[in-house]
Design a binder for this molecule. Structure first.
Ligand SMILES: [Zn+2]
Length: 49
């Protein structure tokens, strides 16, 4: 399971993470803050400023 960072388009490997909708993660490549938009399938969104 992987999602693509909307900022830098890196594939984020999220296997093993216990994610909840609304949780914030940081992209390991560009450090942008991403919000979990859904978990099945996992999608992320850039949080509004
Ligand atoms: Zn990124």
């Amino acid at each position: 399971m992987a999602v693509r960072c909307p900022e830098c388009e890196s594939d984020l490997e999220l296997d093993g993470y216990d994610l909840d909708v609304g949780e914030l993660i940081n992209c390991p490549e560009c450090s942008v803050e991403l919000k979990i938009a859904s978990t099945d399938p996992v999608t992320v969104a850039l949080p509004p400023e």
